[in-house]
Design a protein around this ligand. Structure first.
Ligand code: GDP
Ligand code: MG
Length: 445
């Protein structure tokens, strides 16, 4: 435990520019995370190459490791690639056209087109007070039209009456006519998929698009799609032409790498995500959330953000100066402890390190919890300024009084003094060129 903890805290004050070696080491982890998230191989490679160039030379925020800094840079780039700030990324469904505005759904069979059609219709009706008509163009499966009709009854959305014997482009035209006559704002066209990317499906979709001239063509794709995501999105974009993507089953276990793959090959925004089978399980796409999921290192990202926000630059500089001179007194130690507390305490710091959540219980068992930090600060604050600068002044009678003043015991005060000596020794060693950071002494507890 102490070694690991020391190792982590060790780096708390490292600072500088990212070297090529720093970046490459972290990038290996990042590449693995992307592939585990099912980002397509080529996409992952290109993404990593691009970010690598940006990261080298970037400044490391005080108190985080180079590796953590790289993860943060990768994360930010991932968010930007996925569409940036959700509010300004043009993710909303575009209804700026003469009504009825046609929206066409395309995608493989089972990807969630019919479900998403009904969800979207419900959303536009409830949130934007639009009058929506849904039409099933799926003439291949007898049950498909009935499925949409059922969802229409469930959500209270009108569906185009079924007329036997019509082909998809004809149905699309009839839906638009009905939309015009019935004063609908939006007409949603739910097309038939296939189990694989075949020409018949593409030709049919392209034909429907020509006859309906939809304002939006949304590719509905399962977020669990792995390496096929690239081909899927590219084919539909090239052969039919897309305006956006809807990712479904984001409620599943997948890490959502398909989002990055599809976005990268089409440059089309991911407009919505499906998060369940229920009719209201349709949400706006949040690039930061998906980025965190793809990378699987969201905790490191928030650690870096917290560090950047919380570290008091001036105090750190002062501590560094004292370290150099080998004068690390109890005031400095208190500052360090308070800094740790402001970062969420030991538990917070630990919780943010992936893969060592288990250590938390060990820390609690060792008594190294936030209560300890608070107690230690209380002990130091019960001392006189002279005592804080020179702990050797503390005799047993004073220790007893400080213990009473801070609600602790003389043993706890001795422990604290021992820890301080450990840290001060470390400082001296650092001043002589040892690379270990000031917090390393904590590891000796
Ligand atoms: P289509 O063949 O593309 O029209 O696909 P469907 O709309 O019929 O959906 C196929 C199955 O996926 C249905 O059982 C849906 O309930 C389910 N489904 C669709 N979207 C989601 C989603 O976002 N999350 C989950 N968990 N299930 C979904
Ligand atoms: Mg369907």
């Amino acid at each position: 435990l102490s070694e690991k903890l020391g190792g982590i805290l060790d780096r708390l004050t490292r600072r500088g520019a990212l070297s090529e070696a720093d970046v490459d080491a972290a990038m290996r982890e990042v590449r693995r995370a992307l592939l585990e998230a099912d980002v397509a191989l080529d996409v992952a490679r290109e993404f990593v190459d691009n970010v690598r160039k940006q990261a080298i030379g970037a400044t490391v925020v005080k108190s985080v490791t180079p590796g953590q800094m790289v993860v943060k840079i990768v994360h930010d780039q991932l968010v930007a690639t996925l569409g940036g700030d959700a509010q300004n990324s043009g993710n909303a469904i575009d209804l700026h056209a003469a009504p009825p505005v046609a929206i066409m759904m395309v995608g493989l069979q089972g990807s969630g087109k019919t479900t998403t059609t009904a969800k979207l219709a419900k959303r536009l009706t409830e949130r934007q007070k639009k009058k929506v008509l849904m039409a099933s163009l799926d003439v291949r499966r007898p049950a498909a039209m009935e499925q949409l009709a059922v969802l229409g009854r469930e959500t209270g959305i009108d569906t185009l009456p079924v007329v036997a014997g019509q082909q998809p482009p004809q149905i699309a035209r009839r839906a638009l006519d009905a939309g015009r006559l019935g004063g609908y704002d939006v007409v949603l066209l739910d097309t038939a998929g296939r189990t694989t990317l075949d020409d018949e499906m593409m030709n049919e979709a392209a034909e429907v698009k020509r006859s309906a001239n939809p304002h939006e063509v949304l590719l509905v794709a399962d977020s669990l799609t792995g390496q096929d995501a690239v081909n899927l999105a590219r084919s539909f974009n090239e052969r039919v032409g897309l305006t956006g993507i809807v990712l479904t089953r984001v409620d599943g276990d997948g890490r959502g790498g398909a989002a990055l793959s599809m976005r990268a090959v089409t440059q089309k925004p991911i407009k919505l995500i499906g998060t369940g089978e229920k009719m209201d399980a349709l949400e706006e796409f949040d690039p930061a959330r998906i980025a965190g999921r793809i990378l699987g290192m969201g905790d490191i990202v928030s650690l870096v953000e917290k560090a950047a926000a919380n570290i008091d630059a001036e105090k750190a500089a002062r501590t560094a100066e004292k370290m150099r001179k080998g004068q690390f007194d109890l005031n400095d130690m208190r500052d360090q402890l308070q800094q740790m507390m402001s970062m969420g305490g030991l538990g917070g710091l630990m919780g943010m390190m992936p893969g060592i959540a288990k250590m938390k219980s060990q820390i609690a068992a060792a008594g190294m919890d936030d209560k300890l930090l608070k107690r230690q600060v209380a002990i130091i604050e019960s001392m006189t300024p002279q005592e804080r600068r020179n702990p050797d002044l503390l005799k047993n009678s004073r220790k007893k009084r400080i213990a009473a003043g801070s609600g602790t015991s003389p043993e706890q005060i001795n422990k604290l003094l021992k820890m301080h000596r450990g840290m001060a020794d470390m400082m001296k060693a650092m001043g002589k060129g040892n690379k270990r950071g000031p917090m390393a002494g904590l590891g000796q507890m």
